[in-house]
Design a protein around this ligand. Structure first.
Ligand SMILES: [Zn+2]
Length: 258
């Protein structure tokens, strides 16, 4: 029989559905995590919860060398470690859908299928919010951080994958590009959508300019690169000037009569 070490209090789930659940990730609890670990208990810590916490084997292992005696801190540490350990699988889970598996070549199909399963499980463990519990007869709410909400043009998503899929299909942004931009912009979906739209508009404007400069170059049998440089120069000098006006100015001042 398990004996709680002296001066530690056991964290006990109040609701029966939470019995035997790892307080950190929701998997089956087979161990007890000690906050702080008994090995560093004698090191003076200004605040310490002195708790014995039901944990799964993996969370218990990941927290083995974490000296903090604070439950909240141990939650952050273990979630961070889990996120790093399963980063690849989580990325596969976010990028792929089970419906796409049939289109893949056998070996890739197996690897993506394994990543999807593991990544989904890891995502669920990371978003686990703990449970209400009692310690020595006093009731406590779970100190896990609230669920992160992703806002996309006013619609709220509680999981990243749904927000990613919605944004990718609604705004026609390739998923890989979207993920890269989100990483660069602190997962701010609205900011990334607006940035992407600006990039698309800029690329369209660039394409239009190249086409029109080329056609003018052909008309006057002139160097297209010179025409582009000149048009760019006119537009940089006068921000109000449109592409059409710049082309016309160049035509009148430099090309006609040559
Ligand atoms: Zn766990």
């Amino acid at each position: 029989m398990h004996i709680t070490p002296a001066n530690y209090q056991r964290l006990i789930a109040i609701n029966s559905e939470d019995f035997n659940c790892c307080f950190y990730c929701g998997c089956v609890a087979t161990e007890y995590d000690l906050a702080p670990p008994t090995s560093i208990r004698n090191v003076i810590q200004p605040h310490s919860d002195n708790l014995e916490i039901p944990a799964c084997r993996e969370c218990h292992q990941l927290l083995k060398h974490e000296p903090s005696g604070l439950l909240g801190r141990r939650i952050d540490v273990v979630k961070d470690k889990l996120a790093k350990k399963y980063a690849r699988a989580i990325s596969v889970y976010q990028m792929w859908d089970a419906s796409e598996l049939n289109e893949l070549e056998h070996r890739l199909q197996q690897s993506v299928a394994a990543g999807l399963k593991l990544g989904e499980e890891a995502t669920q463990r990371l978003s686990y919010k703990g449970f209400v519990y009692e310690v020595n007869g006093h009731r406590f709410d779970s100190p896990h951080s609230p669920v992160e909400v992703h806002c996309v043009a006013g619609t709220q998503f509680t999981d990243f994958k749904s927000a990613l899929n919605h944004t990718s299909s609604s705004y026609r942004i390739p998923k890989a590009k979207l993920k890269m931009l989100l990483k660069e912009h602190n997962n701010n979906f609205d900011q990334v959508i607006s940035l992407y739209q600006q990039q698309v508009l800029a690329a369209l404007a660039e394409k239009e300019m190249k086409t029109k400069c080329k056609s003018l170059a052909q008309q006057y049998k002139f160097d297209a690169a010179f025409i582009r440089r000149s048009v760019n120069h006119y537009m940089a000098e006068d921000e109000e000037m449109s592409l059409e006006q710049a082309l016309r100015k160049l035509e009148v001042e430099r090309l006609m009569g040559k």
